[in-house]
Design a protein around this ligand. Structure first.
Ligand code: ADP
Ligand code: MG
Length: 318
């Protein structure tokens, strides 16, 4: 049987720490952390986008260039890191100047927002595949990890959930709707770097939502050895997603839909009010959706029922 994405990483690529003191955190979180002194750590992450898997064939290359960087900055955001630079490995079937012009415009539009400098990469011929590696800095000891959530911490998410999942259904003609805002959320997600910076030293754990809340919160639960209960009625939903769920009864969309690139974080209840005040000037909301407990796994409270929810998010090869 084919191994799933996470099983194969665990089996073939996770090795015993070689003891190099510069490596502060290896495989298993949104970024690795390197440290060369006692003041700053470097957060490093890489993500690949493949035509036909991560974006539709023939997609506007401006959006592809934007998103290739956005998904990496989202991983930096989830660690509380401040973006510094990126590398770009580009594999394309042919060198098409108009495609490249738009791709570069999308990439650098976002790079400019966060002062990210492109410092290198690789260019090759082959099936369209884009790999970006992003690097950012965080004061030593302040990076937000997946493994440090504690029982009784509150669970928060930024923005709205399920928009990107609905966008995929619209693109695949499964849903009759052409809400430009929803499609924009799928094609041009805004990495929540500013939220991540405000959560340094405050959140107990954090992850970005690339594979759906159930799967990604599941990574926090597994890494931290805790469970959680989510109150479905508290999930922040856009009008478009609310309307879609009302018509389809597909209430799992905001829990399972991927590609939202919001942050999910945990915080002690005693710190929540001050954090909410600090987040109040952001352009997007920040909502409490549940609580960490000592149980095993994830339960969802909906219509007075407690539903045991599987932790599986989107996985390649599964
Ligand atoms: P994210 O969704 O935050 O980008 P992933 O779910 O892709 O993270 O990866 C989970 C963890 O496994 C990360 O720490 C990532 O760096 C690591 N990882 C993924 N693929 C490989 C690989 N082929 N070799 C080594 N580490 C990997
Ligand atoms: Mg991530």
């Amino acid at each position: 049987m084919a191994l799933s994405e996470f099983d194969l990483i665990e089996r073939f690529f996770v090795r015993k720490n070689g003891g190099n003191p510069f490596i502060r955190l290896g495989i298993g979180d949104d970024c690795a952390l390197l440290g060369f002194d006692d003041s700053v750590e470097l957060a490093v992450t890489t993500d690949t986008m493949v035509e036909g898997v991560h974006f539709f064939s023939g997609a506007d290359s401006e959006a592809v260039g934007y998103k290739a960087l956005a998904v990496n900055l989202s991983d930096l955001a989830s660690m509380g890191a401040e973006p510094v630079c990126a590398t770009l490995a580009l594999t394309m079937p042919q060198s098409d100047a108009s495609w490249l012009r738009r791709f570069a415009r999308g990439f650098f539009d976002l790079a400019q927002v966060w002062s990210v400098e492109l410092i290198g990469g690789d260019t090759t011929q082959g099936p369209l595949t884009i790999t970006v590696q992003a690097m950012g800095t965080v004061p030593k000891g302040e990076a937000l990890l997946r493994s440090t959530a504690r029982p009784a911490d509150l669970i928060y998410v930024t923005g709205y959930l399920g928009d990107a999942g609905l966008g995929v259904k619209i693109e695949q003609n499964e849903v009759d709707c052409s809400d430009a805002a929803v499609l924009n959320r799928l094609h041009r997600p805004e990495p929540r770097v500013d939220a991540g910076l405000r959560l340094r030293g405050v959140a107990t754990a954090c992850i970005d939502l690339s594979d759906g809340l159930a799967g990604d919160l599941g990574h926090i639960l597994q890494a931290s050895g805790v469970g959680a209960i989510i109150d479905w009625d508290k999930l922040p939903l856009s009008d478009a997603v609310r309307h879609y769920i009302g018509e389809s009864r597909d209430w799992e969309l905001p829990l399972r839909g991927g590609d939202d690139y919001e942050l999910c974080f945990t915080i002690p209840a005693s710190e929540a009010a001050a954090m909410e005040r600090r987040m109040a000037d952001l352009r997007y909301p920040c909502a409490c959706v549940g609580v960490i407990d000592r149980s095993d796994g994830l339960r969802v409270l909906k219509d007075s029922n407690r539903i045991q929810f599987s932790l599986q998010g989107y996985e390649h090869f599964s």
